[in-house]
Structure formats: C-alpha cells, structure tokens
Write a new protein. Structure first.
Length: 123
C-alpha cells in the first residue's frame, strides 16, 4: 500500500494545554487530527478531477501515546480507497522511536466547490 508522509515537530502551540483540550504540555489530539486530515486533503488533491475538492466527513482516530514538545511526529496516510461516494484513507502517526502514537481512518467526499457552496447563499 503506497503511503503519503508528512513530518511535524511538536511546539508549545501544538499542546493540549495551549489548545484547551487538556492541561498537559503534550501533543493535543485536535492538532494531531488536523495534521492527519491535512495530509488526506493533500493526498486527495492529486487524484481528484481538476476543479473538484474534498470535504471531510468522518474522522476515526485513536490517539495512543503522548508526545512531548520538541519531538518529531511522522504522519502517514494510504492512497484513497473509493467506495463510489467517498474517499477512505487509513492514517497513522509515529514518534521518533517509530512507535505508533495514532491510528485510524479518515473519510472525505469529492465535491464541486461551486455547487457545494451554493447551498449556503441567501435566496
């Protein structure tokens, strides 16, 4: 299975204490999910038709292990598997010792941006 990879270094701004998702100065789950979701968005962009985009529809990620400030995190996602309506990505993250810190699945749906946003314009 081909993988796409991104690497991040945990900063004070990435911590649970800073983001308000906890009290400790370790990588916040919301930031980790953001990194994984951004990776799926970038991966989807190279495979979807020009003029289309994707929107997130499901995030199912288990945060397995804490990561302190200053440590690197490697995020990985599979190429998309399509069931005809959505793109399904298997995601994972690893610390500097190559131990899993997260694993899960993110789903995205391919949409036409103009049609999608037209639903929100005032009539």
């Amino acid at each position: 299975m081909a993988l796409e990879i991104s690497t991040h270094t945990v900063t004070d701004q990435d911590t649970a204490a800073e983001l308000g998702s906890g009290d400790l100065p370790v990588l916040a789950t919301p930031r980790l999910i953001n990194w994984l979701e951004r990776l799926t968005q970038a991966t989807a962009k190279v495979t979807i038709p020009e003029g289309q985009t994707t929107v997130g529809t499901l995030v199912k990620v288990e945060h397995l292990k804490a990561t302190p400030v200053g440590h690197k995190v490697r995020c990985e996602c599979s190429r998309a598997v399509s069931d005809g309506r959505r793109l399904i990505f298997h995601v994972a993250a690893f610390d500097e010792e190559d131990q899993a810190i997260a694993a899960g699945e993110i789903h995205r749906r391919v949409v036409d941006p103009d049609r999608f946003m037209a639903r929100f314009t005032a009539q």
